[in-house]
Design a protein around this ligand. Structure first.
Ligand code: SF4
Length: 343
């Protein structure tokens, strides 16, 4: 850890004490209130939640009323908040609390996490705010603040980063764990703003913040989205002349495997008859075409699924480079993906 996180505890609590917003669900530490507000705040702006929260509490003031509410009425109360599975899970959890916990909200992080719709963050928030349990509640705001304080370039979108930050915070968690967790979230929402525009001059943690000191607030936190894997089907051709030369060509100068050499290939899978026609279009007259093998090559973000064929070409055309095996291994870099077909 670059910066002793311990140093943030006192100034942060002090700042929170005099700067926290007066929000309806902060007026007491009743778990039902904290829970409903935390679930509403997922994916919804605080200003919008204020209105919905008041209406919801008026209609369903306690866990029993939520557990008994008619589904249509519940969804009507949730109308406008979106992500309706959140509302359905609220009712499921309320029923579980009534049936399995005699109407008493579970009072530990571990038990809370077993309720429908309650994940690590919500369980941490309820356990710390309502029951003073020394557990972290790490949301996007907290990840940003901690990454900046520590000057961490770890990808904050990875579960592993969240886990590590959570463990570090748990180690320094003060007695007033709920206030500490809320203070971190509040600082992230009001001062340590995203997109490189934090209000550092108003921040109580300036003196222990690595990103501020080293002018890195525009670069931290690092958020790298996992790229979706894709798949490409390729028909790969081993075109051979009777004297043992093989056809290769250079790949484009940009993109995957740029500047290397490749075996002739076509996107998609083709039958031997279709390949016959394609080769004729290329002004090559194949004597024979034979299926060689299937092969797969996994790149970082794409999988190539290849079907290899070999064809005997009596009159090699100028379209490709025709090289001997020795020339190929000595002078032309052929990526492993294609070697899986030639080997
Ligand atoms: S000093 Fe700036 S970057 Fe550091 S925690 Fe405070 S607001 Fe965030």
């Amino acid at each position: 850890m670059n910066e002793p996180l311990q140093n943030i505890v006192e100034p942060l609590l002090h700042w929170f004490d005099s700067n926290k917003r007066d929000l309806p669900w902060r007026r007491d530490t009743e778990p039902y209130h904290v829970w409903i507000s935390e679930i509403m705040l997922q994916q919804t702006r605080i200003e919008a939640v204020m209105r919905y929260y008041a209406r919801f509490m008026e209609a369903l003031p306690d866990i029993r009323s939520l557990s008994e509410v008619d589904d249509d009425r519940l969804l009507k109360l949730w109308e406008g908040l979106g992500y309706y599975s959140r509302a359905r899970n609220l009712k499921k959890a309320a029923v579980a609390v009534m049936n399995d916990h005699a109407g008493q909200f579970p009072n530990t992080f571990t038990k809370l996490k077993k309720l429908p719709g309650i994940g690590e963050y919500t369980a941490g928030a309820i356990a710390s705010i309502c029951f003073d349990e020394k557990v972290a509640a790490v949301d996007g705001n907290v990840l940003r603040v901690i990454a900046r304080i520590q000057g961490s370039r770890e990808n904050v979108l990875l579960p592993q980063t969240k886990k590590v930050f959570s463990e570090e915070l748990t180690k320094i968690m003060p007695r007033h764990s709920g206030a500490f967790n809320e203070a971190l979230m509040e600082l992230g929402e009001l001062i340590c703003l995203p997109n490189g525009t934090p209000l550092c001059s108003a921040c109580p943690l300036r003196s222990c913040c690595t990103a501020y000191r080293e002018n890195l607030t525009a670069e931290i936190p690092v958020r790298v989205k996992k790229l979706k894997r894709s798949r490409k089907d390729l028909t790969v051709l081993v075109l051979l002349t009777p004297d043992g030369r093989i056809a290769i060509e250079k790949r484009p100068d940009t993109g995957l495997l740029s500047g290397m050499y490749q075996l002739p290939n076509i996107e998609g899978f083709y039958t031997e008859n279709e390949l016959f026609t394609i080769l004729q279009d290329w002004h090559l007259s194949p004597k024979t075409i034979r299926f060689l093998k299937d092969a797969k090559h996994v790149f970082t973000h794409i999988d190539w699924c290849m079907k290899g064929y070999t064809a005997e070409i009596t009159e090699p055309s100028g379209r490709f480079l025709w090289v001997t095996e020795h020339q190929l291994s000595a002078a032309y870099p052929l990526p492993t993906a294609f070697r899986k077909i030639t080997d």
